[in-house]
Ligand binder design. Structure first.
Ligand code: 4FV
Length: 247
């Protein structure tokens, strides 16, 4: 997958996309990440990329001319069809399902805003707008990196054993249950015996029940649309869950 990121801070993107899972994926040639700086496409002497909003009001707005020229250059840099994404609070919430959808594409181009945001006309040039949450950040770079990380780790060959993204939170529609590793006893906190039993059937059942318990406790809304079988529903009933009528 090729990923181009338009940002006034391309070094920040390169730094963050150069470490961990995303960094290793780039080293192994599974992805390529390229930063593009709209300021390099500003034509005035001061290389302006922002201006005061028409109609007055606080703050500055990113200019369309340098940004549009930068986007044209990024798109022209590779013949592969690209999904152009703008990260903003007005976007559709990023979900695991959206990350899976994007992971199937050959190329992403992500536009990062700064200041109060980008001139409204940017929406004429983007395919979709994504939000990472109902709060306001100082720039679209962190959201762009969140999208990158959520997508790249789903690409074939990126994570060590292919298995791991499958039982991620939300991949099953449930939150992930508790994880433990050595030592079996830390101070007076012991690892549940079932995990040390070697009984893989019992372990799988225990993990499923813990995921159901955690989801009921923290995100009961997810249970309304999670794929549950009879055993799941019976277990949730024992925890007082009343969803799904008399399933
Ligand atoms: C944001 C979010 C976000 C708004 C103005 C950048 C900032 C500034 N993007 N999810 N929440 N963006 O706060 O995606 O330009």
């Amino acid at each position: 997958m090729r990923i181009d990121v338009l940002s006034l801070f391309p070094d920040f993107i390169a730094q963050c996309a150069g470490v961990g899972v995303v960094g290793r994926a780039a080293e192994r040639g599974l992805i390529s990440v390229q930063g593009w700086n709209p300021r390099d496409y500003a034509t005035d002497n001061y290389r302006r990329v922002d201006e005061r909003p028409f109609g007055g009001g606080p703050g500055m707005v990113m200019l369309m001319e340098p940004l549009g020229a930068c986007l044209d250059a990024a798109l022209a840099a590779d013949p592969a069809p690209a999904r152009v994404i703008y990260t903003s609070p007005q976007g559709v919430p990023l979900t695991q399902a959206k990350a899976r959808e994007l992971a199937a594409l050959p190329r992403l181009v992500v536009v990062c805003g700064r200041y109060e945001g980008v001139d409204e006309r940017v929406r004429d040039f983007v395919d979709e707008e994504l939000s990472i949450g109902d709060y306001v950040l100082s720039g679209g770079e962190l959201p762009a990196l969140v999208v990158l990380d959520a997508v790249v780790r789903l690409l074939p060959g990126v994570l060590g054993n292919e298995a791991s993204p499958i039982d991620d939170s939300f991949a099953t529609g449930l939150l992930e249950g508790p994880q433990y590793t050595r030592p079996a006893a830390f101070r007076d906190a012991r690892v549940p015996d079932v995990l040390l039993s070697g009984d893989h059937g019992a372990i799988a059942r225990w993990r499923r029940e813990q995921a159901l318990r955690t989801t009921l406790a923290r995100r009961p809304d997810l249970l309304d649309r999670a794929p549950l079988d009879g055993a799941d529903v019976r277990f949730l009933r024992t925890l007082g869950w009343t969803g799904r009528g008399n399933g």
